[in-house]
Design a protein around this ligand. Structure first.
Ligand code: MG
Length: 158
């Protein structure tokens, strides 16, 4: 059996924070604001995998009101969430992601991001894709005020 899941996340950007995508730090004058490390791509991927497995969502598993998750490493949270997916008897067929932000450019970091996601999801990096987009200067995304991540994940029952 195959099941598909969709995840989406957005974080505001501000100076003095790290810009993280799937745990890969990208040099940038602004970074994501949030309760955890605010890694928007990791959060979107958590929701895509949990969604496909029918196993909950990121806010339910790791509430941003829980002091335990203050400054949390979101790739560690992804591995924990994926543990639930595996217990349900699923493996990743492929994952496809879009990250929208005005800066920084994603392409130079894409292979590191794919490898990090592949490691967390116990998948081949070839089954994982990440594309960077701008928002053509429009809205908060286009004015450098936020980063948005979208992810779709296909799971196959083991
Ligand atoms: Mg988030």
């Amino acid at each position: 059996m195959l099941r598909i899941g969709l995840g989406r996340d957005l974080h505001r950007l501000a100076p003095g924070r790290r810009f993280l995508l799937a745990g890969v730090e990208i040099p940038c004058e602004k970074g994501e604001i949030g309760h955890s490390d605010a890694d928007a791509l990791a959060h979107a991927v958590i929701d895509a995998t949990l969604g496909a497995a029918g196993a909950g969502d990121v806010g339910e598993l790791f509430p941003d009101t829980d002091p335990a998750y203050k400054g949390a490493d979101s790739m560690f949270l992804l591995k924990r969430a994926f543990g639930r997916v595996k217990i349900g008897g699923w493996r990743v067929v492929n994952l496809d992601c879009v990250v929208t932000c005005e800066t920084p450019k994603i392409l130079p970091y894409r292979e590191k991001i794919r490898a990090a996601l592949a490691d967390a999801l116990e998948a081949d990096a070839g089954a994982i894709m990440v594309k960077g987009k701008t928002n053509e200067g429009l809205d908060a995304l286009g004015q450098g005020g936020a980063v948005e991540a979208l992810a779709v994940c296909l799971l196959e029952s083991i």
